[in-house]
Write a protein that binds this ligand. Structure first.
Ligand code: ADP
Ligand code: MG
Length: 276
């Protein structure tokens, strides 16, 4: 695996799309695994009560475990719930338990309800001798307070888009929510990356959707497209990323390429900024 450039400061990236089943969790886990292998220190914060990212990273998320839920509603430090993944020594995970399902309601009455995750992450990063290079937040399929917490905690949004008929439906709602957050709660937030997922090159429809997304978002859309691949869907049941499950598979290759693009684009942008 090639070594990739590391960011100067932590990139906090939320992976969001209010639709379920578009590849959010798969993208969070596999990008994180690819970046960890390439030299980065990475944290995945599981913010979905289903706990799929925790499972895929081999981290216990049974209901008796302390998790991001306690961080959000009971002010537990993130340090107390960070676990090392089984995937890679440089890849950690904050698990989600089923208790998180109630947090959406419980948060409503709490002080600074939108800022809770941000405060916890910022505090943790500030206390670390060597802060993470990347923090990925895996969002639930909704635009409620959990996702708002993710938007406030992040600097970047990554939207995975499934190459199918309804792909762009609901996207304008997601984009206007991001704008609202930027305006009122987190001026640094920007849509940095769009990743096309579950692409089936045999169908015209997938090609059309991919083209339409590129037309709308020429800058944000990565060159790399993630193909639909059985290996990708099999990997989590072994508590693995597709990269360790089947390194030379097309899914592994494409997630490694997507990770390289994410690292290199930012490095290029930083270098250009320096040059000015
Ligand atoms: P989300 O987190 O947005 O709900 P997931 O990442 O859980 O979506 O993906 C939904 C389902 O699709 C899962 O069963 C996952 O294994 C499968 N999947 C995701 N990406 C691919 C892919 N590239 N090829 C085949 N199956 C995929
Ligand atoms: Mg998910």
């Amino acid at each position: 695996t090639a070594v990739l450039p590391l960011p100067a400061t932590t990139r906090v990236i939320t992976i969001s799309n209010q639709k379920g089943g578009v590849g959010k969790t798969t993208t969070a886990v596999n990008l994180a695994a690819a970046l960890a292998r390439s030299g980065a220190h990475v944290l995945v914060v599981d913010l979905d009560p289903q706990g799929n990212a925790s499972t895929a990273l081999g981290v216990d998320h049974r209901s008796d475990q302390q998790s991001v839920y306690e961080v959000l509603v009971a002010d537990l430090d993130l340090a107390q719930v960070v676990r090392r993944s089984t995937e890679h020594e440089r890849l950690d995970c904050v698990p989600a338990t089923i208790h998180l399902a109630g947090a959406e309601i419980e948060l409503v009455s709490l002080v600074a309800r939108e800022q809770r995750l941000r405060r916890a992450i910022d505090k943790h990063l500030a206390a670390m001798e060597r802060p993470y290079d990347y923090v990925f937040i895996d969002c639930p399929p909704s635009l409620g307070l959990l996702t708002i917490n993710a938007f406030v905690a992040a600097r970047e949004v990554l939207i995975p888009i499934q190459c199918e008929y309804y792909a762009l439906e609901g996207l304008s709602q997601l984009l206007s929510n991001i704008e609202l957050i930027e305006k009122h709660l987190n001026p640094e937030l920007r849509l940095s990356t769009i990743l096309l997922t579950m692409y089936d090159s045999r169908t015209n429809l997938a090609q059309q959707v991919a083209q339409e997304v590129r037309d709308h978002f020429p800058v944000q859309t990565l060159e790399t497209i993630i193909p639909r691949s059985v290996r990708v869907s099999e990997a989590p049941s072994y508590g693995q990323s597709v990269i360790s499950y089947d390194y030379s598979s097309s899914g592994s290759l494409s997630y490694r390429e997507a990770a390289a693009e994410i690292a290199q684009r930012a490095a290029l942008a930083a270098a250009q900024k320096e040059g000015i």
